[in-house]
Design a protein around this ligand. Sequence first.
Ligand code: CTP
Ligand code: A1H0Z
Length: 455
Amino acid sequence: MEADSNEQISGSCSIDFTVAVVLPAGGSGERTGLSTPKQFCTFLNRPLISYTIQAFERVGWIEHIVVVVAKDNLDLMVTIVQQFGHNKVKVVLGGSTRHRSIFNGLKAFEATGEECAPTKPKVVIIHDAVRPFVEEDFLVKIAVAAKEQGAAGAVRPLVSTVIATTSEGYLDHSLERSKYRASEMPQGFLYDIIYQAYLQCSEADFEFGTECLHLALQYCGTNARLIEGPPTLWKVTYKRDLFAAESIIKESGTTKKMTDKNKQCSGTMPAFVDLDNIVFSHLVETEETLSQTACVVTGVCEESVQLAHALQKTLGAQDMQVDVVSTLLRSSGTFNSKNWNFIHVAMNSSCLADLGELVKTFEETGYAVLNPVVLILVHLDVSEQSPTGERAAVLGGVRDLATEAKQRNILLYGILLNHVKDAEQREEAVQKLSQIIMALIKERNPALTGQLLWV
Ligand SMILES: Nc1ccn([C@@H]2O[C@H](COP(=O)(O)OP(=O)(O)OP(=O)(O)O)[C@@H](O)[C@H]2O)c(=O)n1
Ligand SMILES: O=P(O)(O)OC[C@@H](O)[C@@H](O)[C@@H](O)CO
């Protein structure tokens, strides 16, 4: 299939048919190695997905945008839609694979009986939510070609040669690079064609497929028009792509232009970013900034207050800013200011109720919408005073609460600290505790949530 030369498809024609968009955003972004799915990573206080949505919202001829997210991120996505005023957006639940998510997005146009169901479009554009740099002029080309041909897709020249391998992992043969293209997004389809294609899909297609154009050809005999797109269509896949995306957003001043949705954004994105020379950017600062502050909540007992001040000293020596409070009032400035990490020091299992209240407050204030909040319970284990089963109650409580908290973008960890009387031993224990706290805050490893580490 030859890519069509751009001059044959004029971008100047008007769009005189209905167009809607499906943004698959139901993935977990494993390849970034981050606990937050890449579409929800934030740059300059705005999640990546919001930049992608805005790229489509500023296109006047696009009527509806269906965003497809995983169940765990449904509340977060609804909050983002409200917080950033994405009025064209309808949020639907995704599936276990990208194709299943896309199909769920298309079904949103079939739910005509549903309240405020988006009207079925003539052409539907499918675009990965993690490709934020898409321009209107290219969308016009894809939409017009889809209307004329039934299907159209963006392609880019291959950078590396593609080779076929033997089952033993050796070279079988190499492909002639000039004959192949990388399939990118956006893609456009006559709605009925792609919907019918998905209706006929096999389980193998749903489970292992990655190419919508192939489905249109295989099940509807529709051969897509291929249009070479600009280099800005790349997909955020790895952590370094996040640095690059954030660098482009900062450089192009997109945020400034995008704050006023009514203006036609005239800004042009830098064509590409030299990934190999990218300077670590705001994202790293954001991660570091996120890991530099902690608020220690002590309650009223003397031992907790003493431990909190000892932590403030040892963590402060590691350049962390640590505040100590006896209780967290919702009215306090804490919830309106920077991204704090929270350390709750307690001596008995009644702290679990306090933790539950804290998780609820984070949710109600939307505190964890944009960045995951780290919440660490430090349980002071004064074993001669702790009634039997106290530890088991704390362990069980932390485990249960952590599951619920994680769905609200809150990472809950537990640390059991043996309360020793000897001053030297206590100093050593506090040093060890500080190291663990810093590692938990910096790494934000989801696998450790709900566990009770022991110092
Ligand atoms: N079950 C899935 C899997 C992926 N996607 C979306 O499809 C787009 C492209 O997929 P990819 O880059 O592979 O995203 P992830 O699957 O999240 O990444 P990874 O494979 O690294 O986990 C992304 O916007 C992703 O959120 C989706 O909607 N539903
Ligand atoms: O393969 P991944 O799941 O990383 O991403 C999806 C891409 O494959 C897809 O966006 C393009 O290939 C166009 O179909």
